[in-house]
Ligand binder design. Structure first.
Ligand SMILES: Nc1ncnc2c1ncn2[C@@H]1O[C@H](COP(=O)(O)OP(=O)(O)OP(=O)(O)O)[C@@H](O)[C@H]1O
Ligand SMILES: [Mg+2]
Length: 287
């Protein structure tokens, strides 16, 4: 089924809940409390964010964010433009600094300590909207440079690994091309393969398909779905609601620098608890 058609079905459920915010907010709180208890017992947390606050000058961009991600969990973050999604995930590998609260990645707290930042970045792969491949290097060189220089892997082994991941993203024949000789969808798959060569424990995606032509979106989402099935821990900022519906364990909705609502996809799409979520869903589904 086409993503938008599928989204339309969920939206039918969404509309039923307009105007019931207060009663449902209470339900959500008790549901969340139950989930929290369960999470403390059963989940091995790889990311733990507590009371995170961040300002750009006077602008309070992230407001008391609390969020944990368990090993192997797939979290989709969505929300209106400017709600702080990119800033939040950039804080997780210290591309942005925070002023208040704590962020732990794989047990390491992110502080100004450069050694810790390095340790965290070794475990966290990040995919951006615009691929960020090195334009002067071939695809193969893009994939081998970090394993060789950062992981100190012998070149032959790094090349073998690179081909293994290029196979996995279904473009081994592009190994000797330069990025500008590849399509956007191919470049994003190369960027994913490049991350995987560093054997990350967590992958962060910031709207990885939003710069792509529609026909290339599916090939990238297919690779991401594959990766999710392999057990990778993923946080993905995306408005691809079909992907969220089928792949995410949890959808987090942000607005105005806050986490407004989070839930499993089924409930998030069919039973949103807040008017802000309903409005957002109606907009992403309408366009
Ligand atoms: N370096 C910066 N300095 C000042 N303000 C910033 C900076 N980066 C982001 N902002 C502001 O912080 C807010 C959140 O930005 P952010 O990029 O995190 O939003 P977003 O949810 O990712 O939006 P989008 O969906 O458009 O990508 C926006 O109002 C933005 O203008
Ligand atoms: Mg963004």
């Amino acid at each position: 089924m086409h993503i938008r058609a599928a989204a339309g079905l969920w939206f039918r459920g969404v509309r039923r809940h307009l105007g019931n915010d207060q009663r449902q907010q209470q339900n959500t709180s008790s549901k969340m409390a139950d989930t929290d208890k369960k999470s403390a017992r059963d989940r091995e947390e790889i990311i733990a964010i507590s009371h995170l606050n961040k300002w750009f000058g006077d602008f309070h961009v992230l407001k008391d964010i609390n969020m944990t991600v368990a090993k192997g969990e797939k979290v989709v973050v969505c929300g209106p433009s400017g709600s702080g999604k990119s800033t939040l995930i950039r804080c997780i590998n210290r591309l942005e600094t925070h002023q208040e609260g704590k962020i732990f990645v794989n047990g390491i707290e992110l502080t100004n300590d450069v050694k810790r930042i390095d340790q965290v970045r070794r475990e966290v792969g990040m995919l951006f909207q615009n691929f960020n491949l090195f334009p002067h290097m071939t695809v193969l060189e893009n994939l081998t440079v970090s394993p060789v220089w950062i992981r100190k892997m012998p070149l032959a082994q790094a090349r073998e690994l690179a081909f293994q991941y290029l196979e996995r993203v279904k473009i081994p024949d592009l190994a000797h091309k330069y990025p500008n000789q590849c399509s956007g969808g191919q470049q994003q798959r190369i960027a994913i393969a490049r991350c995987l060569c560093m054997n990350p424990k967590v992958m962060l995606f910031d709207e990885p398909t939003s710069a792509l032509d529609p026909e290339m979106i599916k090939e990238v989402l297919d690779v991401m779905t594959d990766l999710a099935k392999s057990g990778m821990t993923m946080i993905c900022v995306t408005h691809e609601m079909g992907f969220a519906r089928t792949v995410a364990d949890r959808v987090v909705f942000m607005d105005g620098g806050e986490i407004v609502e989070e839930n499993d996809p089924e409930n998030f799409f069919t039973n949103p608890q807040y008017d802000r979520t309903v409005t957002f869903l109606s907009q992403v589904i309408a366009h």
